[in-house]
Design a protein around this ligand. Structure first.
Ligand code: SAM
Length: 249
């Protein structure tokens, strides 16, 4: 029997999911950052700030971070700003169009060799075991077809003592807010996607993929199964987003 995966609300052959996801991000790459601000009323900035606070890049020594599914380099830029001059970030993403926007942003910010961009699948990272002090994924893991493989790779490339942080949309747990959030997500976001990025369908996928993603307890369990220790998470903004943390010990 063919293995399947969720692509938004659809059930598709597992092998087809990545190409469908790639089409979404190819289509939205140029408007991706603007859309993030519009869709989240700028809240994605606060969520990413929380990720960087938890990452706590050292101020006085080298620090190698891999930002998996790093897209347009938003997390990388923030980590470099928060860390020392010896902070190095590798942004890895499967989508060349998202990375192209990231390279342009890095050039505008004159980041030089503080950041490098690698076109790679989170399920098969082209880096040696134990190469990085920390690994982050922001709003990326739900797009990976084989999430377990992505988590196993994040674990593999971390040094012993390394931290893994995963920011992802989660399950709204505040009565009233859940209905409002559904109304907004299924009606306003696709309309915004159509008006701003000329693509309602991609944003419908993004909303539906959020609903399909495992709840925070279940995802914490997947992190533990991948080998991470001291797995914790905290919900933000009424559960709209969860910040997961685990260590390679
Ligand atoms: C919602 S964007 C998040 C981008 C960025 N981390 C941020 O927070 O702004 C999801 C990203 O995951 C990437 N992605 C999807 N599947 C991937 C995979 N298998 N390996 C690596 N990146 C992937 C997409 O190309 C896209 O850039």
């Amino acid at each position: 029997m063919t293995e399947t995966a969720h692509f938004g609300s659809q059930q598709v052959p597992l092998g087809d999911k990545q190409a469908l996801v790639d089409n979404v991000f190819r289509s939205v790459a140029r408007r991706y950052d603007l859309m993030n601000d519009l869709m989240s009323f700028g809240l994605h900035r606060a969520w990413k700030d929380a990720l960087i606070t938890a990452l706590d890049p050292p101020k006085n020594r080298p620090f190698d971070l891999i930002d998996i599914a790093g897209g347009t380099g938003d997390v990388a830029l923030r980590a470099i700003e928060a860390g020392s001059e010896q902070t190095r970030v590798t942004v890895c993403d499967i989508n060349a169009d998202m990375l192209a926007v990231g390279r342009e942003r890095a050039a505008v910010h004159r980041l030089g060799d503080a950041v490098t961009f690698a076109e790679a699948n989170a399920e098969a990272l082209p880096f040696a075991d134990r190469s990085f002090d920390a690994a982050t994924v922001a709003f990326g893991i739900r797009n990976v077809a084989r999430i377990e493989a992505g988590l196993a790779e994040a674990f593999r490339v971390l040094r012993i003592g390394g931290k893994f942080l995963c920011l992802e949309f989660s399950t709204v747990d505040v009565p009233g807010l859940d209905r409002l959030y559904d109304l907004y997500s299924f009606n306003v976001i696709p309309a915004l996607g159509s008006a701003v990025a000329g693509d309602a369908e991609s944003y419908r996928y993004l909303v539906e993929s959020i609903r399909r993603f495992p709840g925070p307890q279940a995802f914490a369990g997947m992190m533990s199964a991948a080998g991470f220790s001291r797995v914790t998470y905290r919900l933000m903004t009424g559960g709209i987003v969860a910040l997961h943390c685990g260590w390679r010990l």
